[in-house]
Design a protein around this ligand. Structure first.
Ligand code: SF4
Length: 318
């Protein structure tokens, strides 16, 4: 359904170009959930904003293709994206439901506005009716759609955001940190809701998170990002049981095992690099305990080490 080929997205700033996403490739099949994981600032949200063509001022796709149902989204103009793709085929659950709604408009106005903007033939009454059904689908009392965002709890706002993302019956939903800022109980409820809706509507999903445990519960495959690049991609079980890239190993290692004996927590030393001037060769080499001379000079290819398990590391033979 979605195939991203060598996507590069940069942000122009006073000091140059921030290479937020560089030569990223992956695909999402129909009905599949793919998790995108990595530290803050590694380019996960930039991929989502590139796909939905919602990059802020200064952001630009400088290379690659985003094929959605064989249509290259990078070639479409803003009007075509707004009219035919965004929200109707690909929608997004934005980061931080607390701030994603406009506080001075009722939720019903914001959901119906999205429906009418993308489907001009729909009347206000029809859009309201659809909004109420969506509220029912996400487990909210339909009449609450007439409330203002401040009348909702955090979990209710997140559910309302999910309803809004489903307003135009998209085929692909991108969830950008849908569990952030929610307590663990509400987070679990929201993740269960996303899973149920995905199965019920046959949706494809990209789930962006820095929390790997969310991916294990919701996704079939996972891509690990570091400093604007995907460093490892496989099915969730393989990645958690046999992570190959030193960064993936570190990322999994920082999550304590509640059943394991007490031990000192492991962390990844150092800081993510400045993407205005990323490190040469493997971008992880300044923090990698296995770094070799070649790692500074040559970028490792992103290649299959085993069937459907891709990794970019000079240690791993393809
Ligand atoms: Fe570490 Fe080298 Fe592999 Fe990069 S390529 S992860 S620096 S061993």
């Amino acid at each position: 359904m979605l195939e991203i080929k060598n996507l590069s997205t940069y942000y122009k700033v006073l000091r140059g170009y921030v290479k937020a996403v560089e030569s990223v490739s992956f695909s999402v099949e129909e009905g599949e959930s793919l998790g995108l994981a990595g530290e803050s600032g590694c380019g996960k949200t930039t991929i989502a904003l590139s796909v939905t063509r919602l990059l802020p001022v200064g952001g630009q796709i400088v290379g690659g293709k985003i094929l959605f149902e064989n249509l290259d989204l990078t070639k479409l103009d803003d009007y075509e994206i707004r009219r035919n793709i965004r929200w109707k085929k690909i929608s997004m659950i934005f980061q931080g439901a607390m701030n994603a709604f406009n506080p001075v408009y009722r939720v019903v106005d914001q959901i119906t506005e999205a429906i009418i903007a993308h489907e001009p033939g729909v009347t206000k009454d029809e859009a309201e009716e659809r909004g109420q059904k969506l509220f029912e689908l996400v487990g909210l009392e339909p009449s609450r759609i007439y409330n203002y965002p401040h009348e909702f709890s955090g979990g209710m706002k997140q559910r309302a955001m999910i309803a809004m993302a489903l307003a135009c019956n998209p085929k692909l939903v991108i969830g950008d940190e849908p569990g952030t800022a929610l307590d663990v109980i509400v987070q679990a409820q929201v993740l269960k809701l996303l899973n149920d809706i995905k199965k019920k509507l046959g949706l494809s999903m990209i789930l962006i998170t820095h929390d790997l445990s969310i991916i294990t519960e919701t996704c079939e495959r996972v891509a690990i990002m570091y400093a604007g690049k995907i460093v490892e991609l496989s099915d969730v079980f393989t990645l958690f049981t046999e992570p190959l890239h030193p960064y993936s190993q570190g990322l999994i290692g920082v999550f304590p095992d509640v059943k394991a004996p007490k031990q000192r927590m492991i962390s990844i030393p150092g800081q993510p690099p400045d993407l205005l001037d990323p490190p040469s060769g493997c971008r992880f080499h300044p923090r990698c305990k296995y770094a070799m001379p070649i790692c500074k000079k040559k970028e490792p290819p992103f290649a299959e080490s085993k069937k459907n398990h891709l990794v970019a590391c000079h240690l791993i033979k393809s």
